[in-house]
Design a protein around this ligand. Structure first.
Ligand code: ADP
Ligand code: MG
Length: 698
């Protein structure tokens, strides 16, 4: 419909791959600037979507301006003047009229703005109405509308693009208009007709035209829906292909019968929770099957993932296979190793640890044993995925990622065996919206029940004036025989400074605040053996207080520690705070988390409020995700997925679900995407995911 109006250019499809320089008004210099935005071709241009819109249909008349309320107006510049107030403030006034009246747009101490406005310019203003000797709109958002075409009084919706400083919206808009007029018609449909019909999607051409220059708010909505659908559909097709690729491999069919089960259970010193039982069933089901397991086990800190992993590990070993357990840090690798060794005291399982600081001779020896099959379980850090590690017969890989994810690492390790089963454990509760996209190729298990006898941690937000009082409280807890963590932030950018702060504070706490208690210190730059010693000493109650940088966040298990103070809590992210807090509340005594924090931004303020309010990991993750967005939530570099250009994984969850089920259905019908109607999708998926995901079989 629309496309016919704006003209078509179907005769030469390759036109879209031409440089943007082909567009009127884009020369070599401008094309270089565009290049920085990722716009190289005309197609890139068309898929460079607005970040916002100015809806001129909501423009009000100046005669409607009410002092104290906000207003959006559209008019012509009648005059520009600057003056100096008695307070010596520089005042810039731009008088604007729209036929119903006039108003002064007023800025203070920004004289340079004067250059931007010229009599006769058309401007769009938005701001709060005030009054001096005449009506004013104070420090308004403004936009000078240069584009003649946009000035037709049709009440259109204006796109606002994410541009860099020295680019003007008006000019970019003009070029975009040109691009849309001449080339939107050349954009080829990529979706099969059934999908378009079923979801009542706008055609891709109309969607492109309307996302840039919407005819009506309704068409804008439909255009957005269509483009979000496209983006998520492409992503989910990739996921479906990946999942299929994994399933097409032949893995190991482990035999796990009553005998093996009974043997393993003998080694577990407590009755399992219902959740643990359920998850173990899910895992053994996978392991028995002929397709390689590819499962993500989610469970909040302390939910008891280790013993579940151990079950799977022992089942694999019972079948004559080797297993690997990979942890995110050396401390955690060692702790896993110790925990598991304790469980395995009365078994014949041969367990070794392999980390960065293992000495050379020992390391070579361990590597030899792994290679010749004399090791059943090897526990380590990413050192495990180094080339030199060769397994004799690797059957199961357990990856404890805590809250770090690395799709790529996963694959590297997997290559070490034929097609070993893979179990990934994470303490980060992943919002459903994300797990579907980011980990769409995995199966999920959830430990949603804590082992018995835990009381939830009480979390208090302590402001500066209450800090002294809380020292008293800490003292009382220590007198009762409990132990205390005091955590300091340590961030890369200010590492040496932060470190000094922690060290100085440890001294001060010892000498001035808690002279009768024993204060230990643990930080990232200590030698590995010293760290171990401090941890071990703390565990054996040789210290009452452990002052530490963030290093304790993963894995440490000390049930007698019931108080955690987090200093400068405002500097930690939500999931980090939650992880830290998970180090306490592990015994039967009431535990307390004290957040020392004086937030300077509304976001950090929000974080502390959330922490004090809930201990539900899923709620926290969801809020964290909302506060930070998906990129930062996982660290952009790690998740291995392209940026989403238009979709919002939270808002667009309903579209995601549709796109996902359509995508999986399509791939199950045409696993190689070779059908005529699927060729375009195939191209698009390969283009988008080139090296990012291993797309097997296509
Ligand atoms: P996670 O790795 O999920 O954070 P862990 O596996 O370290 O949790 O378990 C936390 C603590 O709970 C450990 O001390 C562990 O021995 C204990 N635990 C695990 N499962 C149970 C259970 N079913 N009953 C009692 N204690 C359990
Ligand atoms: Mg653990």
């Amino acid at each position: 419909m629309l496309v016919t109006k704006i003209g078509t250019n179907t005769s030469s499809p390759p036109a879209l791959h031409q440089s943007v320089q082909y567009l009127k008004g884009v020369g070599p210099r401008r094309s270089e600037i565009y290049g920085k935005l990722g716009i190289h071709t005309i197609r890139d241009m068309l898929f460079y979507f607005p970040r916002d819109y100015k809806d001129r249909s909501r423009v009000q008349k100046i005669s409607e301006a009410r002092i104290g309320s906000e207003i959006t107006i559209f008019g012509r510049v009648l005059g520009v003047q600057t003056r100096t107030a008695r307070s010596r403030k520089n005042i810039l006034e731009v008088f604007v009229g729209d036929g119903t009246g006039s108003i002064a747009a007023t800025w203070f101490n920004q004289p340079f703005l004067a250059k931007k406005f010229h009599v006769g310019n058309r401007v769009l203003l938005h701001g709060k109405v005030g009054a001096y000797k005449y009506l004013q709109v104070l420090s308004p958002e403004y936009e000078i509308i240069q584009d003649e075409e946009m000035n037709v009084k049709d009440g259109g919706i204006l796109p606002v693009y994410p541009l860099t400083e020295h680019m003007s919206q008006g000019h970019f808009r003009k070029i975009m208009k040109d691009a849309v007029c001449h080339f939107a018609g050349a954009v080829d449909e990529i979706l099969p007709t059934e999908i378009i019909r079923k979801n009542q999607l706008l055609s891709l051409r109309d969607a492109i035209a309307n996302i840039h220059f919407p005819e009506t708010p309704e068409l804008l909505k439909q255009a957005r829906f269509r483009l979000v659908y496209d983006e998520l559909f492409t992503l989910e097709v990739a996921m479906a292909l990946r999942k299929r690729g994994i399933q097409a491999e032949t893995g190991i069919s482990f035999k796990i019968g009553a005998n093996v089960d009974a043997h393993i259970r003998k080694l577990i010193p407590f009755p399992l929770t219902n959740a643990q039982e359920r998850v173990i069933r899910e895992i053994t089901e996978d392991m028995r099957g002929s397709k390689p397991m590819n499962r993500l086990l989610q469970g909040d800190v302390g939910s008891g993932k280790t013993v579940v992993a151990m079950y799977a590990i022992l089942a694999a070993i019972a079948n004559g296979y080797q297993t690997a357990l990979m942890a995110p840090t050396e401390i955690l690798a060692k702790q896993h190793f110790q925990t598991i060794q304790k469980y395995l005291l009365h078994s014949h399982v041969r367990t070794h640890v392999l980390i960065g600081d293992t000495n050379l001779r020992q390391r070579k020896d361990t590597l030899d044993r792994i290679k010749t099959g004399q090791v059943d379980l090897v526990v380590g850090t990413h050192a495990l995925i180094e080339e030199t590690v060769q397994f004799h017969r690797l059957g199961l890989v357990v990856i404890d990622e805590q809250h770090k994810f690395g799709v790529v690492q996963r694959l590297n390790l997997k290559k070490k065996g034929g097609a070993p089963d893979v179990l990934i454990m994470t303490a980060t509760p992943i919002p459903r919206t994300l797990s579907l996209t980011l980990f769409g190729d995995l199966d999920f298990s959830l430990l949603d029940e804590m082992p018995p006898g835990r009381s939830p941690v009480k979390t208090l937000w302590i402001t500066k004036e209450k800090e002294l009082g809380s020292y008293r409280f800490i003292h009382d807890e220590i007198v009762k025989g409990r132990q205390v963590f005091i955590v300091y932030p340590l961030v890369e950018e200010s590492e040496s400074f932060d470190l000094k702060a922690a060290v100085t504070e440890a001294k001060r706490l010892q000498s001035e605040v808690f002279p009768s208690h024993r204060v230990g210190l643990l930080h990232g730059q200590m030698k590995s053996s010293d760290k171990d010693k401090v941890m071990a000493d703390f565990k054996e109650k040789k210290y009452d207080i452990l002052v530490s940088t963030v290093i304790i966040e993963v894995g440490i298990d000390i049930p007698n520690a019931t108080v955690m103070v987090i200093v400068h809590a405002e500097r930690f992210g939500l999931s980090q705070l939650h992880q830290l807090r998970g180090r306490i509340g592990r015994g039967s005594e009431q535990s307390y988390c004290l957040l020392f924090g004086n937030p300077t931004s509304s976001v950090s303020n929000e974080r502390l409020k959330i922490m004090a309010m809930t201990s539900d990991g899923f709620k926290i993750a969801e809020m964290d995700f909302r506060l930070r967005g998906p990129g930062e939530f996982f660290g952009t570099r790690q998740h291995g997925l392209p940026e989403l250009r238009i979709s919002d994984l939270i808002k667009d969850f309903p579209i995601l679900k549709k796109a996902r089920s359509d995508a999986f259905e399509l791939v199950s019908k045409d696993p190689q995407l070779t059908m005529e109607t699927h060729i375009r999708i195939r191209e698009r998926v390969l283009e988008t995911f080139k090296d990012r995901l291993e797309l097997m079989n296509i």
